[in-house]
Structures are given as C-alpha cells and as structure tokens.
Design a protein around this ligand. Structure first.
Ligand SMILES: [Zn+2]
Length: 122
C-alpha cells in the first residue's frame, strides 16, 4: 500500500520537481517527464498537489486488482466455477483447485501451487 503522507513528502522540492512522487505511484513515464522538465515546468507539479491523494488511491486499487488476478490465476479452492469444457480438480497434496479439460480422467497434471504431478480422477 502506498501512503498519501509519504507521497506528499516526496512531492516537496526538490524531490517533487524531479517527479519522485510520480515514480512512487508507479507513474514511470510522467516521472521521467517531470524529471527532465522540472515538474512539467512547475505546472504539473502544482496540479499534483491537488490530485496526489487520488493518484495514490488509484495506484493502491491497481495493485489490489493485480493481486486479485494473481490469486485467481492460482485458483485457490472453490474460487472459480470451471470454464466451459473444463472441470475443477483438487491437488492431493496442497488442495489447490485447477481446471482440466472434461474427459481427461487419468491424465497427469502439474499443480500450479506445489507442482506435484497428480492424475485427474475419472
Ligand atoms: Zn498442490
């Protein structure tokens, strides 16, 4: 989680004029722009004083979506209904759910979490 307080500390000159608060919020390209133009000729730097809390909030939300998507990709038990033509099986070692094609009973699959090879039940 990024903090608004720290973002404002990084906004204070000379750091803010070098775009450090933007780098902190993951805005790399505008950070570089701020770095080479002195906060977009001061104008961008002044505007940032007003939009910084929103920028931090957006960054934190983006990060949460990212973490959520990673969790979905790992498919913890019961997280997802199976996609069409697939069914959910569970790792016999760690219990993680994974999707396998229907009709793949007996085939072997790698668990996405612990990498154990398990045979899909019929
Ligand atoms: Zn496993």
């Amino acid at each position: 989680m990024r903090s608004v307080a720290l973002a404002y500390i990084l906004w204070i000159p000379p750091m803010g004029l070098l775009g450090l608060h933007r780098f902190y919020c993951g805005r790399v390209w505008t950070g570089v722009l701020w770095l080479v133009t002195g906060g977009c000729f001061l104008i961008g730097w002044i505007v940032d004083a007003f939009i910084l809390p929103g920028m931090v909030r957006t960054t934190n939300l983006e990060r949460r979506v990212e973490v959520h998507e990673q969790r979905l990709a790992g498919m913890p038990p019961g997280a997802l209904p199976a996609a069409e033509g697939h069914r959910v099986i569970y790792c016999t070692r760690c219990g993680s759910a994974m999707q396998v094609p229907v009709g793949s009973g007996g085939r072997r699959f790698h668990c996405p979490s612990c990498h154990t090879v398990i045979a899909a039940p019929a």
